[in-house]
Ligand binder design. Structure first.
Ligand code: PLP
Length: 406
């Protein structure tokens, strides 16, 4: 086989569909986010980032940076091993305590990313509970799907956020069959929020474990940033809460929080936990500082809500279609991969506005979009420039205007 020709052919097909991924090379600067420097063709330009998951700007917050500097100087760069072989640093333990407290659980377990926490957490639970059947929401993230697949447990996919469908599917299995229901709170691409209380009612009716991914909610929702389940007073009814340290907390890493025995079980059996070097201590310390700060400070969340509402109102004023949802994610719908990329390039080249086009397989074909994530550090001036640029391109390309029905 001509391997190189095969690779080129596959890439060409993706290019022809207009969904070949071109990474935008930027340099973020401490204290200046969402402004960044873009590197292109040997030159640099200034850009405003509108598509970051550093939702609250915590990646540059002084409490986070100071904690990371201090622990980098105290402990050095890396953890020096897997958690079992010399890699458990005091700062990992402090962070796990902080996370358990955040979610009102006995214990928490750190992973190197949210992806790994889902893959290893779900993979281990579903594989090792004898006869376990998994019930997965149709729009679950790739990391959850991979974990479930890796476990080789039988699984059923229930219609997105459809509690009646979940109830029916759970009812197909007798009370003695161990069941696990996996879902998210805030869905990252549509920005909709799961009916968590109703899902838990159904889980409890059928004696199923519940596993929630709060990756796009931790830090952002609830009085202490514990997520949507905290806001709705539901954390104690959920078996496993999974989250990331890489989005609203501004650093990196992932975790699960649950009962002491469940966490000990995953710690003992999860290969993605056991056989991987622990996070650098400075990263753990930065995440810990971020979580502590957001447990008591409402300021970042309030400002973010204000920025999100302002962008939505301004888009509505111009009839630029965006999905109505109750979260901080604003999906501006384009519905065509090539157009979406073209608009994104035009915003960047003409206005220094960086919004990544979102294409298949991240979203279904025909629902391509610009995913805008306003943060507390976007100014009124940033919003004015974004709205004027969008209005301009919508007129130039004669794109459809009008509200999208809820
Ligand atoms: N879960 C969901 C719903 C996500 O959207 C993502 C990442 O975007 C992850 C998990 C993975 O988290 P991380 O980026 O920390 O690996």
């Amino acid at each position: 086989m001509d391997f190189e020709a095969y690779f080129r052919g596959e890439l060409e097909a993706v290019r022809n569909e207009g969904r070949y991924r071109v990474f935008t090379e930027i340099e973020r600067h401490r204290g200046r986010f969402p402004q960044a420097t873009r590197y292109v063709g040997g030159e640099t330009t200034d850009v405003t980032v509108w598509c970051s998951n550093d939702y609250l700007g915590m990646g540059q917050h002084p409490v986070v940076i100071d904690a990371m500097h201090r622990v980098l100087d105290e402990c050095g760069a890396g953890a020096g091993g897997t958690r079992n072989i010399s890699g458990t640093n005091h700062h990992h333990v402090l962070l796990e305590r902080e996370l358990a407290d955040l979610h009102g659980k006995d214990a928490a377990l750190l992973f190197t990313s949210g992806y790994v926490s889902n893959w290893a957490g779900l993979g281990t639970l579903c594989a090792r509970i004898p006869g376990c059947v998994v019930f997965s929401d149709a729009l679950n993230h790739a990391s959850m799907i991979e974990g479930i697949r890796y476990s080789r447990a039988p699984y059923k996919i229930w219609s997105h956020n459809d509690v009646e469908d979940l109830d029916r599917k759970l009812g197909d299995f007798g009370p003695d069959v161990p069941k696990l229901v996996a879902f998210e709170s805030v869905y990252s691409m549509d920005g909709d929020i799961a009916p968590i209380a109703e899902i838990l009612d159904v889980c409890e009716k059928h004696g199923a474990m519940s596993y929630i991914d709060e990756v796009h909610a931790v830090g952002l929702y609830g009085p202490r940033g514990g997520g949507v389940a905290e806001r709705e007073g539901l954390m104690d009814r959920i078996t496993v809460i999974e989250g990331t340290l890489g989005k609203a907390f501004g650093v990196m890493g992932g975790y699960i929080a649950a009962s002491a025995d469940l966490v000990d079980f995953v710690r003992t059996f999860a290969s993605g936990f056991i056989f991987s070097t622990a996070l650098p201590p400075a990263v753990a310390a930065g995440a810990c500082a971020s979580i502590r700060h957001l447990k008591t400070s409402e300021r970042e969340r309030e400002l973010q809500r204000d920025r999100v509402a302002t962008v939505r109102r301004r888009l509505d004023g111009l009839g630029i279609p965006h999905l109505p949802n109750p979260s901080h994610i604003i999906p501006v719908m384009v519905g065509d991969a090539k157009k979406c990329k073209m608009i994104s390039d035009w915003l960047m080249d003409n206005h220094g506005i960086y919004v990544q086009p979102i294409n298949y397989p991240t979203v279904p074909r025909g629902t391509e979009r610009l995913r805008i994530t306003p943060s507390p550090v976007h100014t009124d001036g940033d919003i004015d420039r974004l709205i004027e640029a969008l209005s301009d391109i919508w007129s130039q390309c004669e794109l459809a205007r009008g509200a999208i029905a809820a």
